[in-house]
Design a protein around this ligand. Sequence first.
Ligand code: SF4
Length: 367
Amino acid sequence: MTFYDVKQKYNGFNFEKYIGNISDEMIKNSIQKEILDSMDFLNLLSPKASNHIEQMAQKAHEISVKYFGKCILLYAPLYVSNFCINNCVYCAFSTINKIKREVLSFEEIEENCKIISSYGLRHILLVAGESNTKTPIEYLKKCVEILKNYFEGIDIEIYPLDESSYKALADSGVDGLTIYQETYNENLYKLLHSNGEKSNYRYRLETCERAGRANYRNLNVGVLLGLNDFISDIFFTGIHAKYLQAKFQSAEIGISFPRLRPTVGTYQPKTLIPDKNLIQAICAIRLFINRININISTRESKKLRNNLIPLGITKMSAASSTEVGGYLKRGQSEGQFKVKDTSTVDKVKEMIYEKGYQPIMKDWIAL
Ligand code: SF4
């Protein structure tokens, strides 16, 4: 059994009907519980729960401090290639967009690493568009060998692999995986991803399980907020994360909340997710899964990131560039999306200290 089978059990579940019957009493009851079930989680995501956001935020804060203290791990993404065989309509790297394509040479990777590590960062996210011919495993392994000389934690956000390839990358030094399902709505997913490897919804959905079997220490999931109905997509993200936590007990499970940002192309989001919904989603996740990493990237503004910290953020990117090799030559090519918080690492650290929290550069050492 995989998460695909778990998700199938919700086929036919009428979200609209259930949400229409949620009462204030049900929401209050869910907030007070120690252990929440999936319907409690849905209660907290409902429009009616926005009237209880202060109580949810208070509890989310208490749980976060209890399990994580007041620490925020900082990291940066390094884009090594923007070649992609897929045509995701919402992404600058889509194969249909006429942008300058490149793959970093190993010398360029080394130069970017020197710059990023000079900011003080010790965790890196290696990102590549999906092309196993332009960025094959052997290339990625070599990238990781270089990254290892500069960083203690190496996560990857690349095309989905089979278990043996995940093992090969783990042997090179990778310890975490980020993979976004984009949307859990299978029909919409197929409409948005009509060609390339990414059109295989099930293979992508089961990706974290292949990495989990390869003993990855960090497994991070998420959806691209704005593609689909907010409530059902956040609901399945939470259910997926909880499933992974139960199945891979030695792994740290994390959730990111990327909202669609402007990019090249003409795609218009189905819905613009307002800040209040994002805040509600973060609080609901924290109450549903107490021990989960929550990551907020530089897609969000400095002000919002600052305000989200007490709700249970445990990871933040800083000084990010979404261009290929963008630390060495910033502003010279099309990034995957436009970064909103352009603060330096020192400014992000300052902001974290001002909130009474501590920025963490490294949270583990590989033995
Ligand atoms: S979202 Fe990922 S798979 Fe889709 S076009 Fe962009 S880089 Fe390629």
